[in-house]
Design a protein around this ligand. Sequence first.
Ligand code: NAI
Ligand code: 3PY
Length: 313
Amino acid sequence: MDIIFYHPSFKAASWINGLQQRLPQATVRQWQPGDNAAADYALVRTPPVEMLQGRSDLKGVFALGAGVDDILTQLKQHPEMLSESVPLFRLEDTGMGLQMQEYAVYTVLGWFRRFDDYQQQKQQTLWQSLKNYRRQDFTIGILGAGVLGSNVAQSLKVWGFPIRCWSRSPKQIDGVTSYYGADQLSDFLSGTQVLINLLPNTPQTVGIINRQLLSQLNSGAFVLNLARGAHLVEEDLLAALEAGEIKAAALDVFVQEPLPETSPLWSHPRVAITPHNAAVTLPEEAMDYIAKSIQQREAGEMPEGRVDIVRGY
Ligand SMILES: NC(=O)C1=CN([C@@H]2O[C@H](COP(=O)(O)OP(=O)(O)OC[C@H]3O[C@@H](n4cnc5c(N)ncnc54)[C@H](O)[C@@H]3O)[C@@H](O)[C@H]2O)C=CC1
Ligand SMILES: O=C(O)C(=O)CO
């Protein structure tokens, strides 16, 4: 069995060794331009079109991340890149759920306990207790109730906040109110104090967090974008912050990455920024997952994490 590997920034050698150890029967190689030799599986992130083109014998392509919007965008521009018969898989969880939980719990509790306000008071040497939020009013609304959204919902539930999620179809998550479809989006937004985005980036979700959506949240709501920059209209967020409709935001992802030095988001006192690392691909977990999936594929089974290319995630 032959496996080809391509990632623009990961160290190929440790992935190749790690996969080789997990799949001793396989020959794993780093793909280089011009390599048209046979391959059964490909592991990729934003691959060059020529890496996958014409490889209709592939038994699977494994994306080295949870989001596949980069590959699907390439595929739209170059439909010949991936044969329709070749299944595309993505990473499901592989340690990203816990990382998202850490980020969301830290941020939400900070807002709930008004640490951002106390940080500002510290700069004014101001010793003053502020009115606490009422837990039962601090409703958390999660856009996207998939692998990561449901992990985040579970971790926030233990703090006693009302939790709701919004997805394409109804979801059964214990203690979480499910809203679904475009018809129920307004009801989901109404009464939401903290909006957390964990949607995939698709033609239906691009620009979804815009002025119109933000205006339906509670006055003084918080926004946490953990999914993709394309979901959020940055100027609309800035306008809503200026108008006091939104109290603060924490952003891990941006329309343009790295975030340009000139972006007004950098200097905004109520915007927290991290450099798209809310949840990173953990090599050991990802290799365990992919090796298991390849073994399942070899046994004639269809592993989890298959991307629905038409649906877009
Ligand atoms: N910032 C970071 O470091 C990372 C960001 N991500 C992002 O998180 C996203 C979510 O990941 P997973 O939870 O694994 O995805 P998933 O596919 O398991 O879940 C997606 C959820 O969104 C919902 N959804 C999709 N389209 C919808 C629509 N049009 N209307 C309503 N609901 C819709 C689905 O019903 C599902 O509940 C990824 O696509 C990726 O872009 C993932 C990992 C790290
Ligand atoms: O896996 C993903 O989709 C990511 O965004 C990783 O940072």
